[in-house]
Design a protein around this ligand. Structure first.
Ligand SMILES: [Zn+2]
Ligand SMILES: [Zn+2]
Length: 274
């Protein structure tokens, strides 16, 4: 019996003879179901359709692992490497032996975590390959569609490895979180944000959405809570959920300025363009 994978969000469901009736993640207002109806796939089918893992170093100590061509929402995972072990962040729904081998070569896996339920992807497959913990925010743990005993829940902040901290920000989901990676950006610090925060295409601003596919904004109090949650940390760079875009410099200042601008639009008093 296969693990069933939702074609739209990439989340995994337990091994059963036939797929579930619906994907609870995609039926939620923050996601979407294709007009033609729910579709399911499996890792075997995805491999047969030509998907492969793409593994690339992004900066020293940070490796991206994505599917090529991308699967579902298309996020690429990030492997944060430390002298005491590695964290896999935001796994896609696709995983194959070459990706597992690449992580093994990089020192294996202590833990798997994700910014939010849209990106739980193949977390359980990864956890089982390395006997790694699955770290889920208490507030969102019920969204994991393939329950597993390796899950450990946390709230607010969690130090995972030296210089690697999970920070709960809320907003998109109550448990939406980011990784603060102190060694990132040559020691200036980096945030790995999934879609808790979005980097804009020009790589010069940040923004926020309650639902990206359905174009629903984040309320003011939630925007403020995201900024407040990461305010105490030093960071110069923001990596979103995809290979690009990346906000490379000055991210702490850009976050504050972008949030202020966003809130002025929510209040209806943003200046008109000149
Ligand atoms: Zn789904
Ligand atoms: Zn999302």
């Amino acid at each position: 019996m296969p693990v069933w994978i939702c074609e739209t969000c990439g989340n995994h469901y337990p091994e059963t003879a036939s797929p579930p009736r619906a994907c609870v993640i995609c039926e939620d207002e923050r996601q979407w179901v294709p007009p033609s109806g729910q579709r399911w796939t499996t890792l075997t089918e995805l491999g047969a359709a030509g998907h492969q893992s793409a593994v690339r170093e992004i900066e020293p100590g940070l490796t991206g692992i994505g599917a090529d061509p991308p699967v579902a929402i298309g996020q690429r995972a990030l492997l944060v490497q430390t002298g005491e072990g590695n964290l896999l962040w935001d796994p896609s729904g696709y995983v194959d032996e070459s990706a597992i081998q690449a992580v093994r070569t990089a020192g294996g896996l202590r833990a798997v975590a994700a910014s939010h339920p849209h990106f739980y992807g193949a977390s359980v497959e990864w956890s089982r390959a390395f006997s790694a913990e699955i770290l889920l925010p208490e507030a969102d743990a019920h969204w994991l569609t393939r329950p597993d005993p390796a899950v450990r829940t946390w709230s607010r902040t969690l130090g995972v490895l030296p210089g690697v901290t999970l920070v709960q920000c809320g907003g998109h989901f109550p448990g939406s979180s980011v990784v603060h990676w102190a060694e990132g950006a040559s020691g200036a610090g980096a945030l790995l944000v999934g879609d808790t925060i979005f980097v804009t295409p020009g790589e010069d601003r940040l923004t926020f959405l309650w639902s990206a596919p359905n174009r629903l904004p984040l309320p003011e109090r939630a925007v403020k809570a995201v900024v407040e949650a990461v305010q105490p940390y030093s960071f110069d760079r923001v990596y979103g959920g995809w290979w690009q875009p990346v906000l490379r410099h000055d991210a702490h200042r850009v976050l504050a300025a972008s949030a202020q601008r966003y809130i002025s639009f929510l209040r209806g008093d943003a200046p008109s363009s000149r």
